[in-house]
Design a binder for this molecule. Structure first.
Ligand SMILES: [Fe+2]
Length: 448
């Protein structure tokens, strides 16, 4: 410290003042006004809300979407094979992006999408996005193998509420636990109010740079659907399609919510459980009929087997489960119930009241409901549940390697809460080996 600052410090100490007068303001009841949400989340010419997703083959393509204000006159992506030093820049290629304006409750912005194509499988790339003047940083991603190969991914149930305040730590802990996960999968209700630009801002803030290097796979929940005016009709959030680039291979009118892609020997299928569920039956049957992959994982928001009796979805089960059973889907990842519930292997014949099944226990599908955000509901214990939880934020790490799938559910502080191994035997037979820890189930005290 410079000697001439000492007298100033002594005067401050003697006078009881601090260099942070806000402390005194708070003590006196005067508080700093809340920064208006428009200012907290406003765009500028520098790209933000950057997120990777796949609209095409993960072994040869990658899509990037981002936001700017409407001062931007062009949108481009640059890409080069990754190298240890900075000279990769000399090998960059420039690709034009498509842009659209989006008028949200906080004002006008532009949303841009670039799809890098013709990439080499199993290769690291560096990319940046911008307008030629204002750029993102160079961020990395890795293309998938074009053949079956081991990989892991992370699955999240509803983030939905207090996303900045309470979900951030969950997605960040998941990233620390599984930094090489090939993608993060969100089973709907990413935010609470479908058209709230500020809530989408919180969702992008929470995962920050993770979105820029770990592709996002998401299915919409009921909170990504909003009412049209005062009617009972609902529509998908106006944010969804401009800010993600999911495959366009679903039925007409359901694209980017109903889709499939193959990742290293696993078919990933997203259905839209919010509406038009009858129209998805035939599509699903066709997608699962023509499926050469060893593994099939599905995601949709409303659970086939609910975590409480009064939230049951029998119509969904009647329509979709025969197709899921017919094609021996391995794992169904869901949300909506704000609790945790994981089943055994099961097919439609199981009796939901008694848990009694007269069928082979080595066939069927594992169903999971999970929650990653802070909103919590009460669990209704049902016989199909092998492991369940209340009042616990979780993320799930799923690894697929050859004929074995390893599943771990971890709490927001990283503790193992549930686990199993699923092994493929001959034909459609499989064996589920429980690996849940010996800790007690996380449940509310009775009467609460
Ligand atoms: Fe929901």
């Amino acid at each position: 410290m410079q000697f001439f600052l000492y007298p100033v410090l002594i005067v401050l100490l003697l006078s009881g003042s601090t260099v942070f007068p806000a402390d005194n303001q708070a003590a006196s009841g005067r508080v700093t006004p809340l920064l208006p949400v428009e200012e907290q989340w406003e765009p500028n010419a520098v790209p933000d809300r950057i997120v990777l997703s796949w609209s095409d083959d993960p072994s040869t393509t990658m899509s990037v979407t981002w936001r700017t204000d409407d001062s931007v006159r062009q949108a481009i992506g640059e890409i080069a094979p990754a190298e240890g030093g900075p000279k990769f820049v000399s090998k960059k290629k420039t690709i034009g992006a498509s842009s659209q304006s989006l008028e949200t409750n906080l004002g006008l912005s532009l949303r841009h999408t670039v799809t890098f194509q013709g990439l080499e499988p199993q290769t690291e790339y560096l990319y940046r996005v911008g307008d030629g003047t204002n750029w993102s940083e160079w961020a990395d991603f890795r293309t998938a193998s074009s053949d079956a190969a081991p990989f892991s991914f992370v699955y999240f149930g509803d983030a939905q509420n207090d996303v900045k305040s309470h979900w951030s730590r969950v997605v960040r802990r998941a990233f620390r636990d599984a930094p090489k996960a090939s993608f993060f999968l969100h089973a709907g209700d990413l935010i609470n109010r479908s058209e709230s630009d500020a809530e989408w801002g919180e969702w992008f803030y929470a995962a920050g740079f993770i979105h820029r290097s770990t592709p996002c796979v998401a299915t919409p929940g009921n909170h990504e659907f909003g009412r049209i005016g005062n009617t009972d009709q609902r529509r998908l959030s106006i944010h969804w399609q401009p800010q993600f680039a999911f495959p366009q291979n679903g039925p007409d009118g359901l694209r980017e919510t109903v889709y499939w892609f193959d990742f290293q020997g696993t078919r990933i299928v997203s259905l839209n459980s919010n509406y038009r569920i009858e129209e998805q039956v035939e599509w699903l049957d066709a997608v699962l009929t023509d499926n050469p992959n060893q593994w099939t994982v599905m995601t949709f928001h409303h659970p086939m087997y609910s975590a409480s009796a009064d939230r049951d979805n029998p119509h969904l089960r009647e329509l979709w489960q025969p197709i899921i059973d017919k094609h021996h889907v391995d794992l169904v990842l869901q949300g909506h119930d704000h609790t945790y519930a994981r089943s055994q292997l099961m097919t439609a014949e199981i009796n939901l009241v008694t848990g009694v099944s007269h069928q082979d226990p080595n066939t069927g599908t594992v169903y999971v409901v999970s929650v990653s955000g802070p909103k919590m509901y009460k669990l209704g214990r049902r016989p199909f549940m092998r492991r369940a939880a209340e009042d616990t934020q979780l993320y799930q790490i799923i690894k697929i390697d050859g004929l074995q799938l390893t599943y771990e559910a971890r709490t927001a502080v990283g503790e193992l809460y549930d686990g199993f191994v699923l092994r493929k035997d001959e034909g459609t037979r499989r064996t589920l080996i429980e690996q849940m820890p010996g800790t007690r189930e996380s449940r509310r005290p009775a009467g609460k």
